[in-house]
Design a protein around this ligand. Structure first.
Ligand SMILES: [Zn+2]
Length: 465
């Protein structure tokens, strides 16, 4: 049997558990990446699995692109161990038949109902789970993946579940219940999560979150992406249709089961004619940060927007000034967001004013330098007092609709010598970022990030085509 798939069909037809190791293999095989890099866009790589009946196996890479004859073909073979025929025969013995099933726990679950969904009818197992504290602790929460093994008499042989104690855990908990000669036993272990790289990307059609959803990119990755470029791009206002991004991030796994998302390691955002690349850079014993691939810190004197980009604020479209019925030109930028959404000081500064100003409702003005200040209006509440020092990203108040506003939004102005200027120029007010390019591990990290991003971009392109 000899099957070929296109990269797109092949990689994305795989279940997540298999897709991750496959992508991992691809990453490790540097030659393949170079091969892909040297044939950008048009290259359609394909993978062939050759399954040789009983004798062994091979993993091969072939190219099925239009100019296949001109392209190098690399074959990588690894022997696969096969069971002896006698072992296979005995495994098929009906008396040893083992049934594997998996299920997800529900809030309404009892030990009986959970086991029943796993096609297990075993009163002894039910009473063990009921009495054993470890088993109750492991199975008592909704949303956990359970895998179980049963015999042909629908009796439980073993059951395993894995979970995190808290969101940012670096270790996971594993509960195993086993049937032994003396009845059931339960064991509970703690083991480190394993980080597996995920490569993804998408083209923005309606919104960043919609594009991420389509590519099955978790929200926490999308948020990290908009946060890391928050000094470069105002995602609320300047993200264009057709902009595209690639992202490489960690999936943290427990025995191969992804339990949570880790850190974004590198990302690229192409918005109109501008492109931004960033990677996580951290040397042992030092604080890490996102830097551009030429080593410049992504931090900037000003954030590009005073409201954090999120799924909520991105779907909250308010364009017109409803009190006046038309989209009248006014000095400032309105960021529509639900009431109470944090309004952030876009730069370090000192609070110059905090209080009510008729039409503007609750207002905060932050002075950043002798000539520069920012103005935050219609706030639902104010968090700072006059004279207070604020840091970039500090919450000055909540988005609201005080003053002349019919819907909750933040009216924001950036003023130079009292004159309003387009806040998009904020992103250009850079005062010269620090650089890490001379650090010992910089070149290695940057070249790895380049290769990984190119690969993620390649996957994205093959998805779009
Ligand atoms: Zn306004």
């Amino acid at each position: 049997m000899n099957l070929y798939w296109s990269m797109e069909e092949f990689v994305y037809s795989l279940p997540l558990k298999i897709r991750i190791p496959v992508l991992h293999v691809l990453r490790v095989l540097g030659e393949i990446e170079i091969f892909l890099l040297s044939h950008p866009r048009k290259c359609m790589a394909a993978f062939g699995f050759v399954l040789l009946g009983g004798g062994g196996g091979a993993f091969a890479l072939a190219n099925l692109g239009p100019d296949a004859a001109l392209l190098p073909v690399q074959i990588i073979s690894t022997p696969v161990e096969t069971l002896k025929l006698t072992d296979q025969a005995s495994a098929l013995d009906l008396h040893d038949l083992k049934l594997f099933r998996s299920e997800v726990t529900r809030t309404s679950d009892t030990p009986e109902s959970l086991l029943r969904r796993l096609a297990i009818v075993d009163p002894e197992a039910v009473s063990f789970i009921r009495k054993n504290a470890m088993a109750k602790d492991g199975l008592g929460r909704a949303g956990r993946n359970i895998s179980a093994q049963a015999n042909e008499r629908q009796q439980l042989l073993s059951l395993t579940t894995r979970w995190l104690r808290s969101e940012n855990d670096t270790v996971f908990q594993r509960l195993t219940i086993r049937r032994g000669a003396q009845g059931f036993t339960a064991s509970h272990e703690t083991a480190p999560l394993v980080a597996n790289l995920q490569y993804s990307g998408a083209v923005v059609d309606t919104s960043l979150f919609a594009a991420a959803d389509e590519a099955r990119i978790p929200d926490s990755v999308t948020s990290q992406l908009s946060d890391m470029f928050s000094a470069q791009i105002d995602f609320h206002r300047s993200l264009r249709k057709g902009s595209r991004f690639s992202v490489v991030y960690e999936a943290l796994e427990a025995d191969g089961e992804p339990l949570r998302t880790g850190r974004v390691l590198s990302a690229e955002m192409v918005n109109g004619a501008k492109s931004y690349q960033a990677m996580w850079f951290q040397e042992p014993g030092q604080k890490g940060e996102y830097v551009s691939l030429d080593g410049k810190s992504l931090k900037n004197t000003f954030l590009a927007a005073p409201v954090r980009f999120s799924r909520m604020s991105s779907g909250f479209g308010m364009r017109l000034h409803p009190l006046f019925g038309t989209a009248r030109p006014h000095m400032g930028v309105d960021y529509a967001a639900p009431t109470g959404t944090p309004a952030l000081s876009v730069a370090d500064g000192v609070v110059e004013f905090a209080g009510a100003q008729s039409g503007y409702g609750n207002v905060v003005i932050v002075k950043h330098s002798a000539s520069q200040s920012t103005f935050y209006a219609h706030l639902s509440h104010i968090n700072v007092a006059k004279g207070k020092t604020v840091k970039q990203g500090e919450v000055v108040g909540g988005v609201g609709s005080t003053g002349w506003a019919t819907g909750p939004h933040l009216h924001f102005e950036f003023r130079i010598n009292g004159q309003h200027v387009d806040p998009l120029t904020l992103a250009k007010q850079n005062t010269g970022p620090s650089t890490v390019a001379s650090r010992p591990s910089f070149n290695k990290t940057a070249s790895l990030a380049r290769t990984q991003l190119a690969f993620a971009g390649q996957l994205r392109e093959s998805n779009v085509q």
